[in-house]
Design a protein around this ligand. Structure first.
Ligand code: SAH
Ligand code: SF4
Ligand code: F3S
Length: 472
């Protein structure tokens, strides 16, 4: 969360004859991986208009703020960032350079009108389902000189209207995100996603396979399939039948060169037998699964409308580990959901102790406008939430450290993706997504090689290349 992603540094080296003159595009991305994916796709949609990524907003003819609404003062954060962007826009316009400001993502979807009212210098407001219409919006904004807003949920699927992701977007990247499913119909009591991303829908199998193939051809070896409920995937197959995520994973595993497949975020309710079997059958399916449970008390799980009990979650984990013994789990937790007592919270701690997580994200419950839990009675006081969060995070930290410690002394495959922070180092990721640093030559970047882990650092591992790789 809170991650910024501004694309590659400025590339302003001439323009192909059949496109418009080069213009700078700066995208600021907050929120989940789906927003990271969407930001890249907005760049693809705008490229034929001559837009190329620039590293700073003051060099940009168009600035897109891709927002997240999931917690806390999401809207306030947007307005404060817009205040900063307004100054940049004004300075540029004084110098005779037009600047388009667009607000995209989940805050745009939820509070589009409010944005236009409070920040009239914003030119375009667009929800997550309409970014394929950006070129038309840019033209309308230029013509009308007024704001353009697109926050309907269109009947068409944006994926059907997107240009192919261009090679530069993935070239030199060995890992990539691929959105296969959008939206959510589950309506958990606390969550805005069903309102901001709309109803659940899946991309057709062939469209996913084509994009994966292009990624692999450009050098990608590790693909993360994305969706708010990615394991609820039910895409139309080539023969007209409906494919689940397991079937899609078997097909992707046939792509030569694709050595790692991941998917996130999964819902326990959609963890079906076929998908569990895929973890047993497919070595490409990485042994690391993000499976949010949110709470360990059945009473709170019911209040949250999660649709499963704590024991059902334990049972899913047991079956997954049976299928893939080296599988590690990560999760999300919310403390202080309305009605959560000390006893309920203890049940969460109990579940954490039972399962053992390699990684976890935990949050204080944050009331979201328009969601059922926001209006519920028995809101938990802030200081109680603080204390619970602290206790939970201490336990989760212990578990994360313990998991990382189990890898010290072991040899594991590492996909090298970049140079390391120190000279002479290269860095990559383990099957469990930990960053791993080793001393090694740059030409090994892009390769997956065995590394003996020698040390556990706070959030990463360091190791040494196995002998035969050093001379490779
Ligand atoms: N689809 C995923 C979650 C997506 S939102 C799932 O069903 O698990 C990512 C995480 O943000 C959630 O797992 C939850 O832990 C957290 N979150 C969502 N709404 C929240 C809220 N109102 N307050 C605090 N945390 C929240
Ligand atoms: Fe939100 Fe629940 Fe849907 Fe996840 S499953 S996106 S938490 S409503
Ligand atoms: Fe945030 Fe929207 Fe993702 S609310 S978490 S950007 S789906």
């Amino acid at each position: 969360m809170g991650q910024r992603h501004s694309g590659a540094p400025a590339i302003m080296t001439g323009t192909p004859a059949n496109t418009s003159p080069a213009r700078g595009l700066h995208v600021i991305t907050w929120g989940c991986q789906m927003n990271v994916y969407d930001s890249a796709r907005m760049g693809d949609v705008l490229r034929p208009l001559g837009y190329q990524p620039v590293a700073t907003p003051d060099a940009a003819d168009m600035i897109i703020l891709n927002t997240c609404h999931i917690r806390d003062k999401a809207a306030e954060k947007v307005f404060s960032e817009l205040g900063r962007l307004r100054k940049i826009k004004e300075a540029r316009e004084t110098a005779g350079q037009q600047t388009i400001i667009a607000v995209a993502g989940c805050v745009a979807q939820a509070e589009g009108q409010e944005i236009l009212a409070r920040a009239p210098y914003v030119d375009i407001v667009l929800g997550p389902q309409t970014y394929h219409r950006l070129p038309e919006m840019v033209a309308r904004a230029a013509r009308a000189g007024g704001a353009v807003i697109e926050t309907d949920f269109p009947a068409e699927q944006k994926f059907d209207f997107l240009p192919e992701a261009e090679a530069p977007q993935t070239a030199g990247n060995y890992t990539a995100f691929l959105t296969i499913q959008e939206g959510c119909d589950k309506f958990c009591s606390f969550c805005v996603v069903p309102y901001t991303r709309g109803a659940e829908s899946s991309r057709p199998v062939l469209s996913v396979l084509a994009e994966a193939r292009r990624m692999v051809e450009s050098g990608v070896k590790d693909i993360s399939l994305l969706g708010q409920n990615v394991n609820a995937y039910h895409g139309e197959g080539p023969d007209g039948s409906t494919w689940g995520l397991a079937q899609l994973a078997y097909e992707l595993a046939k792509l030569p060169g694709l050595s790692r497949i991941r998917y996130m975020t999964s819902h326990p309710r959609d963890m079906d037998d076929a998908l569990i079997a895929a973890h047993r059958d497919l070595p490409q399916l990485m042994p690391f699964l993000h499976l949010p449970v949110q709470a360990g008390s059945d009473r709170i799980l019911r209040a949250m409308n999660r649709g499963h009990t704590a024991d059902e979650y334990r049972d899913i984990v047991r079956r997954l580990r049976e299928a893939r013994p080296d599988l590690a789990l990560s999760s999300d937790f919310i403390v202080g959901h309305p009605g959560e007592t000390d006893e309920d919270f203890e049940a969460t701690m109990h579940l954490v102790r039972d399962v053992g997580f390699a990684l976890a994200y935990s949050f204080k419950y944050s009331p979201r406008p328009g969601t059922p839990a926001a209006g519920a009675g028995m809101q938990v006081p802030e200081d109680v939430k603080d204390a619970r969060l602290q206790a939970l995070q201490a336990l989760l930290r212990e578990q994360q450290d313990a998991f990382n410690a189990t890898l010290v002394g072991k040899t594991i495959p590492v996909l090298f993706t970049s140079e390391g922070r120190k000279p002479g180092q290269i860095a990559g990721r383990s099957p469990w997504l930990q960053p791993v640093h080793v001393s090694g030559p740059k030409h090994l970047i892009g390769k997956e090689l065995p590394v003996r882990i020698v040390e556990r650092l706070t959030n990463s591992l360091s190791g040494v290349l196995e002998e035969e790789c050093v001379s490779a």
